[in-house]
Every structure is written in structure tokens, then in C-alpha cells.
Design a protein around this ligand. Structure first.
Ligand code: NAD
Length: 790
């Protein structure tokens, strides 16, 4: 086994766009981090870096899991702070993209880097070996490239680029750290310009630019074609360029031109005239308010090359092309695209053809296997399938023949021949044995590094299937399964994992089985979200049909399920990822422990649909407030911390923030890698069992804030109402929330039990549900997905 990389403290050099955000993500992960930048000319020598840290709180999407983490980043500069480096185990360099500046800095810091520390550069495309050249021999084997994508908290990809002398143990240590601690998907890239992600990704953009012009399409039209219809992000091609910055785009293109003189596609590595003109005008995209697209009032306008002006951005994919793209069978879809005379279809085929051609031609030089290319593009660019997967799904041989025909006919962007391996009789590059490596002329399996044993279900490549475990119990709502490791795993079968009657019944059944058969039960969904909450459509149906008794019974069953989770003899661990709203949030509140992925968006959002949490959520907040206050403390002060969260239907922006909002407990765990969530939750369940788990004793004496508490919350609400921060109906809902939290109309400090609070929840929930305004809110949410403030 290789040496572990121990990262007690890290340093990031360069507090620009990337450096500051990488530092933010390190502190998100609980890594003590020093952030460096150049010394300020005047005043505080840490002035530049301090400003960069302050700026982190203003960026969107937020690099920090909670704003309070900003102060955890230690500011430093290269003049007075180099001593800090002596205590760092990992140094990530992210200064401006200049070989000479980076090398100068390396010379300067080398004497301060400890003998076991790892140094890594976040360069986007400079040679890793060239950078290593200036390092002293003993540091050289601890140096490599680590290429994060922007924004580093959210983009899953981290490319790892070894230099010639990098010690394999250093790479494995770093790979393990990047995976588990930072939650990244690691792909090894060879030391070639722009590595894998940007080499293929930027080529794809260049080919789209080329074909946009060749087929006379509009930028908005192309974005309509190259976004979600192809399984790619909504910002598609041109809006992504606006977001990245057109100057940055031009810079990346120039790097391709400068560093890849022998690339057969080299003549396409140049910024088109219109792009240069925009840059010259200072229209750099989102950051300057104008680029390829521009917002005018409420409207979006787009640059029109023929008109040499902006026009309304109202063009998109043609219905007949949309029809083709919706074809289920990928082979049929590609046949239709290639046969169609529609310029949009021909454009799409041309883009795919040249992307496949380019990827196959360069695979051997830039990556070990086709898997690395596909994962780099998926994780770095947000595509649902990489280029090789797309090709293989469409029928490898047929598509290869079409590409070859087009090359011969002079239709492809380059006449470079496809490599021979493409035609060796294969049906693709991915298979059960692994993914194709041209260098080894064999399919190589996934990495066997121990860290990947934590991923029961890795992000699957095309056709890759993992055993689904043994089904123990199943109904219309849930599936309970096991790997034979004494842990049961239960997941929901409903859309968005909403909680239906069948889910409630199934959960109770699953818990019963887990108590008898397993050491613990993990509530885990194979895919995001954790749960969008109660099945609103079902509830609204029952209400409108006047089936009040049925409706009440459903609420009671919800509460019974939460209580069953809480008092299960087998510890129930909730593995939360993505949305956990309403009833979903309440389930995790009742679990023995929650393991939440960093990207967990948790909230008791019932107020948004005119209701209040009645699956035991308010009851649980009251129980916790009573526990926290103890015999003599202030229960109201405890309740106040969470009241606003519920009354305003706040949703956390991360698992860390969910703790601040009182929706997760201090002892709940935060997991960084989505594919490790199940593993970590299972370990928690096992540990709870093995350390003698008992559920809590029934909460029979809950001290409540009573009538005085309700009155105090009322005062807060009256102010908000008068300040027009909330509507009259918001006020009514919030008052009912306060009423339940405070235990109803009883004396301050009175003792109640859980049933008392649950009954209050039910009463106010059912009363609210019967009101017209609530039903309007539910209807609006079901129709638009957005809350209605009536
Ligand atoms: P940036 O311009 O935002 O920040 C560069 C930082 O380097 C600044 O804080 C600046 O003060 C500092 N700096 C400039 N000259 C210096 C010198 N001579 N010595 C020490 N520090 C100096 O750049 P960025 O976008 O954050 O890029 C940083 C690195 O990350 C580059 O290598 C870039 O290629 C790479 N990268 C950028 C992105 C991206 O999307 N921006 C993505 C991945 C990788």
C-alpha cells in the first residue's frame, strides 16, 4: 500500500478567480488553508488577498458552503508570509497563466516547501514538465498538475497531470484526497497542451463556431440546438462563452494556436472576426453586461452577423429537428440527422462528426483510455455523455463509415485519417472489460485504487451496469435491498422521490424488516433528489374531492412514519443529496443520523404552498428546543433560531448551511463525494449499531414556550406585515407555525408530550389545507414549480 498523503494544512498561491475559489472549497472541506497573493503596494501587505477573500461572499454560485467560512481562510503574501509554507502539506499554485511568472514563483517558494509536501499547479495548459524543470530535484518528484474547473466547488472534474518524475505514491495520495476530501472526479491527463477537458471541449466550441457560419445559423438558434436537446447545459455553446468571458475564450483559443502547431485542425484555432470585434468593443460577455447576448430591459437580444447588430433572441431549434433529437434509438437518431436536408440537422451531424474525428485522432496522445476523455467532458463540461459514448451508442461501425466517407468527400474539417483501431472490427471503446487504450491496444478496467471501493455505484459510462443488490422487500413506493453486509438500503420509486401513501406504508414495512434482519437501515436514493416532499398532487386531489377524513388519515400516517424512523431499534441513517424538502426534510430530521452530501438543499418549505410541516417537523424542532434549553434555559430563544427558517420556507444552499439553519444537527455528517454517500451512510449505521445503539426514549416531557412564546412571535410578525415583508396570508401561516412550535395555548414552561404536538400539527395543517388560498398555492406550485405569494 502506498503512503497516505496527510493534509493538515494547505496553501493556495494566487487569489484570483480560481485560487480564491479553490481555497474556499478547501475550507468547505475542513482543510486549514492559507491563501497567498502579491503583497499590496500600500497599507496592509495582505490587502490584495484580503479583498479576494471578502469578494468570495459576493460570487454566484457561492464558492463557500457558508459565508462564515471566509474568515477561516488565512491571508498571506509572498513578502512577509512565506514562513507559512513551512507548515503546509499541500501547495496548489493558481497564479496568472505565464510560464516565466510561475517558474519565478517556484524558485522563490522552493526553500520554504517542507520535505514531504506536495506542490501542484492549476495551470490550464502550460507544460507540467516545463514547470517542473525549475524545481530542485528533491521537490520535482512531489510536483504535478491539478487542473480544477471553474467554478471549482461545483465542477466535478479535477485533471491530474503527472510530470515525468512525479512519484506514483504522490499521485495516488493526491487522487485519494481530491476524491474523498474535496469530492472531485479525478481523470489522469497526459502533459499535452490544454490536457483533455479543454482540448476536446474547446475544439467542440471551435467546430460549432465553424459550422454555425458554414450553415448560416444564428447564435441563439445554435444554442437552442446544442443545449439540453443534446444532454448538455442550458447555457449551451454561446451563452457559456459569454459566462466564461469572451476574452478568456480568445485567450484559450490562442493557446491552442500557439502550442499545437502540428495539430491537423490548426487552421481553425483562431478567434473569428466577430469575436475579436466584440472584445475590441469591450463586450466581453456577462461580466461587462454585453457579449454575444445582451439583456435589454427584460428582453434578451443576440448579435446578428448579417445585420451587424443585435436582434431579439427568438430563434431556436426547428420542430422537425427537435423531433429527430427526441428519437429514442440513438442509431436511428443519427441516421435521421445525417439524411435530413434541414440545415440545423446537417449542422448537428457536422459538429458530431468533427468532434468524433478529432477525439479519435488525438486519443492516443492526450489520454490513457477513452474513459478518461468521456469522463473529462462529462465532468468538466456538464454533458450527459462524452464523445466516445455518443458515437458508440449511435452504432460505432456505421458512424465510423460515415465519418470516413465525409473525410473522403472533403466535407470534414480535416482530411487527417481516422486511426486504424477505429476500423478493427470493434463495436465501440467501452465494454465489460473496460475502456479502450490505443497505447496498450486493449480495454483497461477502472482504477483499482482503494479509494474507489467507497463507490458502490460509480458514475456509469455508457452500458456500464452495477449489481443492484438483493431485493428484500418492494411495494409501489419503495424498494428495500441489501448487499448482504447486514445493512438494509431503502429508496423511493416515485418521481422526484415524493412521499406517497405507498412510500409511507413501504417505509414502515422496511423499518420492521430492518429491525429483525439488519444492523441498520440507510435511506438512500440512487439518484438526486433525496425527496421533493409530500405528494402534493395526491393531497390536492383528496382535498378537492372533499375526502377530508382520507386526507387527515394521510397526515397521521405521515407522522406515524416519522415516529417509526425515530424510534426504530435499527438505526435509520438518512443519506441526503440534492433537494430534501418538506416531508423529505422531516424524514431526515427523525433519523438516527443524517449523512448529507455538501450539495444538499434542505428546507421545510410547506409555508410556500400555504401549509406547515406536519410530518413531525415542527414537533421535532420543539423537542430539540426543549432539550437544548434544559431544565432552566430559554426555550423561546432556542425556537427563535429556527422559526424564521420555517416561516420563510428557507432552503439551505449547502449541507453546512443546513446546520446553521437548524435543519441538520451538529453531529450529522457532511460528505463531499456524491458517489461515496452510500458508503459513508452505511459506515455510520454500522458504527451506531456496533456501539450499542438505542433509539431515544419517548419524549414525554417537552417544555414549551406556550402562550407567551406565541405572543412574542406575533410581535415579530406584525412588524414584518407592516413593513410589507410578508402578506396577510403569510402572517396567518406563520402564526400557526408559531402556535405549534410553542405547544399551543398553554402556559409558558408547560410540559407536553409528542402526541400533543403532533395533534397540533395535524389540526393546523388540515385547517390550512381547506383554505382557498392554500389550494391556490398548491395548484400554482404544481403548475409552475414556483411558490405563489397570495
Ligand atoms: P486570475 O487572473 O483571476 O488570477 C491570477 C492571480 O495571479 C492574481 O491573484 C494575481 O495577483 C496573481 N499574479 C499575477 N502575476 C503574478 C506573479 N508574477 N506572481 C505571483 N502572483 C501573480 O487568474 P485565474 O483565472 O484565477 O487563473 C489562475 C490559474 O488557473 C491559471 O494558471 C489559469 O490558467 C488556471 N485556470 C483558470 C481557470 C478559469 O476558468 N479562470 C480554470 C482552470 C484553471
Amino acid at each position: 500500500m502506498s503512503e497516505k498523503l496527510l493534509v493538515r494544512r494547505a496553501a493556495v498561491l494566487g487569489a484570483g478567480v480560481m485560487g480564491a475559489q479553490i481555497a474556499a472549497h478547501l475550507v468547505n472541506a475542513g482543510v486549514d488553508t492559507v491563501l497567498f497573493d502579491l503583497p499590496a503596494k500600500d497599507g496592509d501587505p495582505n490587502g490584495i488577498v484580503a479583498k479576494a477573500i471578502a469578494n468570495l461572499g459576493k460570487l454566484s454560485p457561492a464558492p463557500l458552503a457558508t459565508k462564515a467560512l471566509a474568515e477561516r481562510i488565512v491571508p498571506a503574501n509572498y513578502e512577509t508570509g512565506l514562513e507559512h509554507l513551512r507548515g503546509c502539506d499541500l501547495v496548489i499554485e493558481a497564479i496568472a497563466e505565464r510560464m516565466d511568472w510561475k517558474q519565478d514563483l517556484y524558485r522563490k517558494i522552493a526553500p520554504f516547501v517542507p520535505a514531504t509536501a506536495v506542490l501542484a499547479s492549476n495551470t490550464s495548459g502550460l507544460g507540467i514538465n516545463a514547470l517542473a524543470d525549475v524545481l530542485p530535484e528533491e521537490l520535482r518528484h512531489r510536483f504535478c498538475g491539478v487542473h480544477f474547473f471553474n467554478p471549482p466547488r461545483y465542477m466535478h472534474l479535477a485533471e491530474l497531470i503527472p510530470a515525468r518524475g512525479t512519484d506514483p505514491a504522490v499521485l495516488e495520495g493526491l487522487e485519494t484526497f481530491l476524491t474523498t476530501t474535496l469530492g472531485k472526479g479525478v481523470v489522469y491527463a497526459k502533459d499535452t497542451p490544454n490536457f483533455i477537458g479543454n482540448r476536446i471541449g474547446v475544439f467542440s466550441i471551435l467546430s460549432v463556431i465553424h459550422h454555425t457560419h458554414a450553415f448560416g445559423l444564428g447564435f441563439d438558434e445554435v444554442d437552442g440546438l446544442t443545449g439540453p436537446l443534446l444532454g448538455r447545459p442550458k447555457s449551451a455553446t454561446y451563452r457559456t462563452s459569454d459566462v466564461v468571458g469572451l476574452d478568456t475564450m480568445a485567450h484559450v483559443i490562442k493557446t491552442m494556436a500557439d502550442t499545437l502547431p502540428d495539430d491537423p485542425w490548426h487552421r481553425y484555432f483562431q478567434s473569428p472576426d466577430w469575436l475579436q470585434a466584440l472584445i475590441a468593443k469591450g463586450a466581453l460577455g456577462q461580466k461587462t453586461g454585453a457579449g454575444i447576448f445582451r439583456k435589454v430591459g427584460k428582453d434578451i437580444v443576440v448579435l446578428d452577423l448579417a445585420a451587424q447588430d443585435y436582434r431579439p433572441a427568438d430563434r431556436g431549434a426547428a420542430p422537425e429537428v427537435v423531433e429527430i433529437l427526441k428519437t429514442k434509438d440513438p442509431a436511428e437518431k443519427f441516421r435521421l440527422l445525417r439524411e435530413s436536408a434541414h440545415p440545423q440537422a446537417r449542422f448537428l451531424w457536422a459538429c458530431f462528426r468533427d468532434l468524433f474525428h478529432y477525439s479519435a485522432f488525438h486519443l492516443k496522445d492526450i489520454a490513457e483510455t477513452a474513459r478518461d476523455v468521456d469522463l473529462a467532458i462529462r465532468w468538466g463540461y456538464g454533458w450527459s455523455l462524452g464523445p466516445f459514448e455518443t458515437w458508440q451508442a449511435a452504432g460505432w461501425k456505421q458512424v465510423a463509415q460515415w465519418i470516413a466517407d465525409d473525410i473522403l468527400a472533403g466535407a470534414a474539417m480535416s482530411s487527417a485519417p481516422l486511426p486504424d483501431w477505429v476500423f478493427d472490427g470493434r463495436d465501440g471503446v467501452h465494454g465489460t472489460e473496460g475502456s479502450y487504450s490505443p497505447a496498450k491496444d486493449a480495454k483497461l478496467p477502472r482504477s483499482s485504487l482503494p479509494v474507489y471501493r467507497r463507490q458502490r455505484f460509480p458514475d456509469p459510462l455508457l452500458g456500464e451496469r452495477f449489481p443492484q443488490g438483493e431485493t428484500v422487500f418492494e411495494n409501489d413506493g419503495v424498494r428495500l435491498w441489501t448487499d448482504g453486509d447486514d445493512i438494509g438500503v431503502v429508496g423511493f420509486k416515485t418521481k422526484m422521490h415524493t412521499v406517497s401513501d405507498a412510500v409511507l406504508d413501504g417505509m414502515q414495512e422496511a423499518i420492521g424488516i430492518a429491525e429483525r434482519r439488519f444492523k441498520g437501515l440507510v435511506l438512500w436514493q440512487p439518484k438526486e433528489p433525496f425527496s421533493a416532499g409530500a405528494d402534493l398532487a395526491g393531497a390536492l386531489g383528496a382535498l378537492q374531492a372533499g375526502k377530508l377524513t382520507e386526507f387527515e388519515a394521510m397526515v397521521a400516517n405521515f407522522q406515524a412514519t416519522s415516529q417509526r424512523i425515530k424510534y426504530s431499534l435499527a438505526p435509520v441513517v438518512a443519506a441526503v443529496r440534492g433537494l430534501a424538502l418538506g416531508g423529505g426534510c422531516e424524514f431526515q430530521m427523525h433519523s438516527a443520523r443524517t449523512v448529507a452530501h455538501l450539495e444538499s438543499y434542505i428546507g421545510l418549505v410547506e409555508a410556500g404552498v400555504g401549509l406547515l410541516p406536519a410530518g413531525g417537523g415542527l414537533k421535532e424542532i420543539a423537542v430539540r428546543a426543549s432539550d437544548a434549553a434544559g431544565a432552566n434555559g430559554d426555550v423561546f430563544a432556542e425556537l427563535k433560531k429556527t422559526f424564521e427558517t420555517v416561516a420563510m420556507a428557507k432552503v439551505s444552499t449547502s449541507a453546512v448551511e443546513a446546520k446553521e439553519l437548524g435543519l441538520l444537527r451538529a453531529g450529522d455528517r457532511v460528505a463531499f463525494h456524491a458517489q461515496e454517500l452510500l458508503y459513508i451512510a452505511k459506515q455510520e449505521a454500522l458504527a451506531l449499531h456496533e456501539t450499542g445503539y438505542r433509539p431515544p426514549m419517548p419524549a414525554r416531557r417537552i417544555r414549551v414556550a406556550g402562550d407567551v412564546g406565541i405572543a412574542t412571535f406575533r410581535m415579530l410578525l406584525v412588524n414584518m406585515l407592516e413593513g410589507r415583508f410578508i402578506s396577510a396570508y403569510d402572517d396567518e401561516i406563520a402564526t400557526r407555525i408559531a402556535t405549534v412550535l410553542c405547544g399551543g395555548d398553554v402556559d409558558r414552561g408547560a410540559m407536553v408530550d409528542e402526541d400533543w404536538l403532533l395533534k397540533l400539527e395535524r389540526k393546523h395543517f388540515v385547517e390550512l389545507a381547506q383554505q382557498e388560498k392554500t389550494q391556490a398555492r398548491i395548484g400554482h406550485m404544481l403548475k409552475t414549480g414556483k411558490p405563489l405569494r397570495n
